[in-house]
Design a protein around this ligand. Structure first.
Ligand code: UD1
Length: 355
């Protein structure tokens, strides 16, 4: 079988890692296409190196742009690649502009498309990620859902016949990398000058938070006023939008810090007193590591983290404050995201469906 993966943004490289390993173990020919949506080394190259992912076979070098420009440029650039490669399956990951462009390119060439992380919904139609995932699910031939809740969303949209629950591949990576950490102190303790158990890890990069200067200023005010140092792992988008809006992160609890490589992020999270984020992946990573999370959004796709008490949603300064200060969550053994073998299941399913 010939599998072709299309990835382009940071969380997709994390998801690609267990798929690449499972494909190699099963003797599947695997072509990796990098769209170039993320190009900063700390958002891209470091994941390939640290997670032992083979270098991309094709790099489209598309870079940044408006949603339309970026999606269109990927779509146009992929056509020739897919026609040349003619894989048995095109695998698309998550909910970025790279995901939607790759799904569209494949269906228009009548190539079978599978969507990994299908069925997640925020039900917030203002989010670019929601457009991307809904449209991708409706275009794809096989929907690989991470959870039973995601599968129920797909059934509700009439897509149950194309859906299977495989578990969450980000859980596969997390368990492997967590178990391989050396036990050495987290690098962030030195690089940010904080003490284990006495700081928060924060990330803010979603358009709904960064692109509204008033809301971003409110987030800055609340993080600066927290009771422990806040190591803010700053995505380039946050840096750019803060500068444009004249928002100053200094003069409070916030320590601005470059993004971390994946193993360093897990170590930092485990060493922290809590996480404040708008990232989908980090909410789930905090839950899997049993670190309390406060999510700076009005909804989440990972509803299990909230139902089990390890995550709370917060958008105003007051809610962020209350979320971070809340009492410790109840311990739980629940494993809604699978057993760490989702990627093997994905590869088995894809191989089993090639005629
Ligand atoms: C994208 C995804 C989002 C995902 C996130 C992970 C979409 C619609 N959004 O958001 O779902 O959670 O990736 O990080 O696809 N930039 C750089 N260097 C880079 C990449 C981006 O400086 O390597 C800057 C550029 O100014 C760019 C901005 O960040 O315009 C936004 O990047 P983009 O890829 O458009 O979206 P993300 O915010 O990263």
């Amino acid at each position: 079988m010939k599998l072709l993966s299309v990835v382009g943004a940071r969380p997709q490289f994390v998801k690609l890692a267990p798929i690449a390993h499972a494909a190699a173990a099963a003797g599947v020919e695997h072509v990796i296409v990098h769209t170039g949506q993320h190009y900063d080394p700390m958002l891209s190259d470091v994941f390939f190196t640290d997670l032992s992912i083979p270098a991309p076979d094709v790099h489209l070098g598309v870079g940044s742009g408006s949603h339309g420009q970026q999606t269109g440029a990927i779509l146009a650039a992929l056509d020739g690649v897919l026609e040349r490669e003619r894989p048995d399956w095109v695998l698309v990951y998550g909910d970025t502009n790279s995901t939607l462009a790759a799904a569209l390119s494949a269906v228009k060439l009548h190539l079978p498309v599978a969507h990994l992380e299908a069925g997640l919904r925020s039900f917030n139609r203002a989010m670019p990620e929601e457009h991307n995932r809904v449209l991708t699910d409706h275009a794809a031939d096989l929907l690989l859902a991470p959870t039973t809740v995601a599968a129920s969303h797909l059934r509700a949209e009439g897509l149950g016949g194309r859906t299977i629950v495989v578990g969450d591949v980000m859980t596969d990576v997390l368990l492997t990398v967590r178990d391989s950490l050396s036990g050495a102190p987290a690098s962030v303790l030195t690089s940010a000058g904080v003490s284990a158990g006495d700081f928060y890890v924060a990330t803010i990069h979603r358009a709904e938070n960064t692109d509204d200067p008033v809301h971003l200023a409110e987030i800055a005010t609340s993080l600066k006023a927290l009771d422990r140092p806040v190591v803010l792992l700053a995505h380039p988008r946050l840096v750019a939008r803060s500068a444009a809006a004249g928002i100053d992160w200094s003069g409070g609890a916030v320590v601005l810090h470059p993004p971390l490589a994946y193993p360093d992020l897990l170590a930092a999270t485990m060493a922290s007193a809590g996480v404040v984020t708008d990232s989908g992946g980090l909410q789930k990573e905090a839950f899997l590591l049993r670190v309390p999370c406060t999510t700076v959004r009005t909804e989440t796709e990972w509803v299990e983290t909230v139902e089990l008490g390890w995550n709370v949603l917060a958008s105003s300064a007051q809610e962020i404050f209350a979320g971070v200060q809340r009492p410790a969550p109840e311990p739980t053994e629940a494993a809604p995201y699978g057993d760490g073998h989702a990627a093997e299941r994905v590869i088995q399913e894809l191989v089993g469906r090639v005629g």
